[in-house]
Design a protein around this ligand. Structure first.
Ligand code: AKB
Length: 314
């Protein structure tokens, strides 16, 4: 029998694509999508959907009981840029949703949890290049503080209560099906939309800001591989570094220009520059490689081709 899965925050950037891939893999009825608002037509019509606020324990528990859910992917979160504007709301959403799911697992109402962390757990004192798995973190953003606290709690619930919680530190994610919202790495998605519609883009990060990035197909594959990995191979229960490529806005613009020669890039860094300055330029993800075989498939060139091709035809 297919396992039953609940996705909290299914209508966001990652949740939308994750839901569709899991439905294809395990069957439409096996994957319950949920969010505080309805999602794309495709998502709403391809399988069960429930309106659920991830900060409401009883609401999640009801759905878990009703559908006999075994695994929960918690994708609801407030991202870095928005979290700087609403610190308490970000803390409440990012932490309470995690406690709800960890406690359901502690009470044996679900078997397994996926929770996303981020490169935002690192801070200005962290080594910038090939940032190690275990290093100084000291995040300087609200979002980063919530993600680092979340990691500590995940490891604690694993050690104390045996909760099977698995996590990766996502880099900036690039996708064409759903737009991101409220992140510092969002420029790397906006740029493709503007390149096609207006042939120009003004980046809110400076031309030299190098950040770790990943194409969404790789991110979804990583997420599902980690959830399917043999439990005995997993050495890290806080969160795994996860890498694919690193580039600056200038390098991305040059890659787009190779396809759209008239494309023009300008720079007007805003408050998000300081957030980006505190994050790594690249990460060392050898633990993910060793423990569960992580290897990315998309580099900058391939990502650019996929983004332009798919956005054009949609
Ligand atoms: C953000 O920019 O806030 C996110 C992230 C790197 O976690 N994309």
């Amino acid at each position: 029998m297919a396992k039953s899965i609940l996705i909290l925050g299914a209508c966001g950037q990652i949740g939308t694509e994750l839901t569709m891939v899991l439905r294809e893999k395990y069957g439409n009825d096996a994957v319950v999508a949920s969010d505080i608002r309805e999602g794309s037509k495709n998502l709403m019509e391809s399988g069960p959907f429930e309106l659920v606020d991830a900060t409401n324990y009883e609401a999640i528990e009801d759905v878990v009981m009703h559908y006999e859910i075994e695994e929960v992917y918690l994708m609801a979160a407030m991202l870095s840029a928005t979290a700087e504007k609403f610190p308490m709301r970000a803390w409440n959403l990012n932490m309470n949703s995690l406690f709800n799911v960890l406690n359901l697992a502690k009470e044996k109402k679900i078997d397994k949890v996926f929770w996303p962390s981020s490169i935002a757990v690192f801070g200005p004192n962290t080594p910038k290049n090939r940032t190690p798995q275990h290093t100084l973190t000291q995040p300087s953003t609200v979002y980063g503080i919530s993600k680092l606290s979340g990691e500590r709690w995940c490891e604690y619930y694993f050690n104390k209560y045996g909760v099977d919680v698995r996590s990766v530190r996502y880099p900036g994610l690039i996708s064409w099906k759903t737009q991101p919202g409220g992140g510092t790495t969002d420029y790397a998605v906006e740029i493709f939309h503007k390149a096609l519609s207006e042939k120009k883009y003004t980046s809110f990060l400076s031309e030299w800001t190098k950040l770790p990035m990943m194409y969404m197909d790789d991110a979804i594959r990583a997420t599902i591989s980690l959830m399917e990995a043999n439990v005995a191979t997993l050495q890290i229960r806080s969160s795994y570094n996860l890498g694919a490529m690193s580039f600056t806005p200038k390098e991305l613009a040059a890659c787009i220009k190779a396809h759209i020669p008239e494309f023009e890039m300008n720079y007007a860094p805003d408050f998000r520059q300081e957030i980006a300055n505190s994050w790594p330029a690249s990460v060392d993800d050898s633990s993910a490689h060793q423990d569960w075989g992580w290897t990315p498939k998309f580099d900058l060139k391939k990502t650019t081709e996929e983004m332009l091709k798919n956005l054009k035809s949609n």
